[in-house]
Design a protein around this ligand. Structure first.
Ligand code: ASP
Length: 718
């Protein structure tokens, strides 16, 4: 059946030099570019059409986006293999102190026992088409940067609405491939009934915890099985007991023999964001201002939550997913900061930019067009640096306090829902509103009074400590009367004691029947957020302005950089389907150190101390002692391989992506990168860019021997 419809091919000319790449290389290739990859030289025994076929079914039809991660269908009954850390939130939402699936793992013995993955959905790419001309026809040279941003957003929304009208049941999205230059419309099928099938115990799924996160050598069994369901008529439907397993058009063949060093491999998935086509100014801003601030604040929040959870498992259960999310980001940022320093990246980019400027200045035509470009970019970041403190205070207040985010949702909802659908902020449009609400109510379930008090106090006090010319005037009204920090503390105290913004029933009522001014006045958090709205509105406008300016400038930067380098680039990752390829390969992260690319069960046992996060299930230790490696052992290694290292180009969002051998068979599940590779998002290099997968043999061994989940193995044809 014809699955993919390409309305107009994105040509190779648009993105990068045609002619084919033959070695592992920087590159998350858009699916439209596969024809330009020399697959044979990469050791891949498939044609581009086997992977992606506009007229028929290809491997990509088996690849799904699961709540921001990637997953793949591994059976004809909608069984999905992804990471444990991608299913973590679902396991948490399903767990209670009595049934703690997060700790003990979960196995459904039959379809009937499979439990809902609350808030989860699955997205399958259906088709795409280039809409650059349409999007860019909405902007004109006379527009201000803010107007440009709004015009592009409005036109994209219109394109999306038209596409969804034309193909009911699908969801559309416009993705920016190159800022201000190229835009692609993707059509997706969304499956909304997702269920948990099997997850290993946390001591396997998250073995090594944050200590080992972003680290090689690795021994984590970071995998879980989920299943997509549809209505009895086969169309996407919300959870219902009457729903039936989804039958994908394609599912991957699992290869229990695995792979070895130097074997060719590739990954198909949905990498989130990279920032490789940015200048030194951006990197400098990230290095000096944004990342250290966020990482340090997150570390403080994590410590506070861990402290609260240590005393009470029911509290820990509420906070675990949030801790994990923040810890993942914080360690990634510290890794990037180290990488920026190690590679002296800002200086290196500055030197490149100096050469670029010389190139520009050497030709009067170029000078006329691009002469002031780098200075203009510098000016935008200088201005951003000046307002960074205020922005961080407002941002963190909005995201760190559940009360504040809930009150903002109530007030924004009233404001946005009163507008015509196409003019609303995306979260409040008809197509997204239910999902946005679900997310809010899930977060309210994890509300913890004591943590909220600590966070709100800290965030308000940080805002109170801003330099006078960075303060938020609207907040100042709440901080008067002598000791500003004391005022912030009592504001937080009153808010937590008296606000009803964490009460789901109240919030639900206010969403249905927006609050009048008396109601707003009565609730201290509604009152605070309402008073802060002009500040948030200024922030939004300033960002639109900045984004518009940067879109224009970086568009031109890419243009002149391509002229200078004499080649085209692959667009930065933007959450759309990509392919990357290379080899199973070790690396040398430091002087005289070389890391092998495959770890084994022996390492799990060696690392097991019995202390969190290095505990292992008794059964695992016993199986190891008996050398019961079963049918999934590697004859060469005489053990069960656990994790794999390879030189592919991946980033966040590639979590859960299938690692495929040269024949397109599944040999691992991508879940992380080595510490040195956190800098990938800014600069990729074969020397240090290494990604990590859990070996399929460990997935199968754990599922069979520890989970006793033979029905899953059978379902995969093993
Ligand atoms: N472990 C990573 C994440 O969760 C995946 C990656 O970024 O490589 O974001």
């Amino acid at each position: 059946m014809k699955r993919f419809r390409i309305h107009s091919l994105l040509t190779c000319v648009l993105f990068f030099a045609c002619g084919g790449s033959t070695k592992a290389d920087e590159g998350m290739y858009p699916i439209s570019e596969l024809g330009n990859v020399n697959l044979k030289a990469a050791g891949i025994l498939l044609s581009a059409q086997d992977i992606f076929n506009p007229a028929d079914v290809g491997l990509v039809n088996a690849i799904v986006n699961v709540g921001g991660c990637t997953g793949s269908f591994v059976s004809s009954d909608g069984l999905i293999l992804t990471n444990h850390h991608c299913a973590f939130g679902y396991l948490q939402a399903a767990s209670t102190v009595e049934h703690d699936y997060l700790t003990a793992g979960f196995f459904a013995r039959s379809l009937e026992e499979e439990i809902p993955a609350r808030g989860g959905s699955v997205r399958i790419t259906e088709s795409y088409r280039d809409v650059s001309r349409d999007v860019l026809s909405a902007v004109s040279d006379t527009m201000s940067p803010g107007e440009r941003t709004r015009a592009i957003a409005a036109r994209s929304r219109k394109i999306v609405a038209d596409a969804e009208k034309e193909r009911p049941g699908t969801r559309a999205e416009v993705a920016e491939m190159f800022p201000g230059k190229s835009y692609v419309l993707f059509l997706y099928t969304y499956l909304r009934d997702l269920r948990i099938v099997y997850a290993p115990p946390r001591s396997i799924g998250e073995f090594g915890g944050e200590t080992d996160n972003w680290v090689w050598p690795r021994h984590t069994g970071d995998f879980s099985f989920l299943r997509a369901y549809v209505g009895p008529d086969g169309s996407p439907a919300a959870y219902s007991r009457a729903n039936v397993p989804y039958h994908p058009e394609k599912f991957l063949k699992v290869q229990p023999k695995g792979v070895g060093p130097e074997d060719p491999v590739f990954v198909l998935g949905y990498p989130g964001r990279t920032y490789r086509h940015r200048t030194s100014h951006y990197l400098d801003y990230e290095q000096k201002i944004r990342m250290p601030y966020v990482a340090a604040l997150y570390d403080w929040e994590i410590a506070a939550m861990e402290d609260a959870g240590r005393k009470d498992r029911s509290v820990a259960l509420k906070l675990d997913a949030r801790i994990k999310r923040l810890a993942n980001t914080s360690k990634n940022y510290w890794g990037k900061l180290q990488g920026l320093e190690r590679l002296d990246l800002v200086q290196t980019r500055r030197a490149q930019e100096a050469r670029l400027q010389e190139f520009i200045d050497a030709d009067p035509g170029r000078k006329e067009l691009f002469g002031s470009l780098l200075n203009e970019i510098a000016a935008v970041y200088e201005a951003a640096a000046h307002t960074a403190g205020t922005e961080a205070a407002l941002d963190q207040l909005g995201s760190g306090s559940i009360l504040v985010s809930s009150a903002s949702f109530v007030l924004s909802s009233a404001r946005e829902r009163a507008k015509p659908d196409l003019q609303r902020a995306p979260d409040y449009s008809d197509r997204n509103y239910e999902r946005t609400k679900d997310r809010l109510f899930l977060s309210l379930q994890n509300y913890d009074h004591a943590i909220e008090r600590r966070f709100l106090t800290e965030l308000l006090q940080r805002a109170a400590r801003l330099y006078p010319d960075h303060r938020v005037p609207e907040l100042e009204l709440f901080l008067q009367g002598g000791d500003r920090e004391q005022a912030a503390r009592s504001l937080a105290d009153t808010a937590v004691r008296r606000s009803l913004m964490a009460d789901s029933a109240t919030v639900r009522r206010l969403l249905a029947d927006p609050p009048d001014s008396a109601t707003i006045h009565r609730d201290p958090v509604l009152r605070l957020v309402n008073a802060l709205e002009p500040a948030y509105s200024r922030l939004r406008e300033a960002r639109e302005q900045r984004e518009g300016e940067l879109t224009r400038l970086f568009g031109r930067y890419v243009e002149v950089k391509m002229l200078f380098d004499g080649k085209k680039f692959i667009p930065d990752a933007n959450g759309t389907l990509r392919m990357t390829y290379g080899k199973i390969r070790g690396y040398a992260p430091a002087d005289a150190v070389y890391y092998n690319p495959i770890t084994t069960l022996r390492g799990v046992v060696e690392k097991t101390t019995g202390q969190e996060p290095f505990t292992s299930p008794r059964e695992l230790l016993e199986l190891y002692r008996k050398k019961d490696f079963g049918r999934f052992a590697s004859p060469e290694l005489r053990s069960v391989p656990v994790a794999l290292l390879y030189n592919l180009d991946t980033t966040g969002g590639n979590s859960g992506s299938p690692l495929l051998n040269g024949r397109g068979e599944l040999v691992g599940v991508n879940f992380d990168r080595a510490y040195e590779a956190t800098i990938n998002d800014f600069a990729w290099s074969e020397a240090y860019s290494r990604s990590i997968a859990v070996d399929i043999r460990y997935v199968l061994w754990v599922t069979e021997k520890i989970g006793g989940a033979t029905r899953i193995l059978k379902e995969m044809g093993l």
